[in-house]
Ligand binder design. Structure first.
Ligand SMILES: [Zn+2]
Length: 113
């Protein structure tokens, strides 16, 4: 359960930020998840529900903001969007391994009270 430890880390960070802000409730935790991060959003939701129980985030929401994978095409000198690692530029067909976005796994924002 890869997602459980990821959620554990993200939740700990969120709770710490909320505590520093003097919050009594954590309503929404927003995570930015890259398409190639290898994380299953449903598993994160499940982990969030299990881990938030008994904390100020209990009953709150986990919002996932997906980030599409983007690669850099050197011949065209531009970025293109793709769904997996075996990606070729839609314009010139050159395969690219130069990943510019899509591996994100980070805390985007919190809604607290
Ligand atoms: Zn190209």
């Amino acid at each position: 359960m890869h997602e459980l430890s990821i959620m554990e880390g993200a939740l700990a960070m969120a709770l710490e930020q909320a505590q520093q802000a003097g919050a009594s409730r954590l309503h929404v935790i927003r995570l930015r998840i890259g398409a190639l991060s290898g994380v299953v959003p449903e598993a994160l939701q499940f982990a969030f529900e299990a881990l938030s129980s008994g904390t100020i985030a209990e009953g709150g929401q986990l919002a996932i903001e997906p980030v599409p994978a983007r690669f850099w095409c050197e011949p065209c000198r531009r970025e293109f969007q793709a769904d997996d690692l075996l990606s070729a530029c839609p314009d010139c067909g050159t395969p690219s391994r130069d990943l510019r976005a899509g591996r994100e796994l980070e805390l985007a924002s919190l809604e607290i009270e």
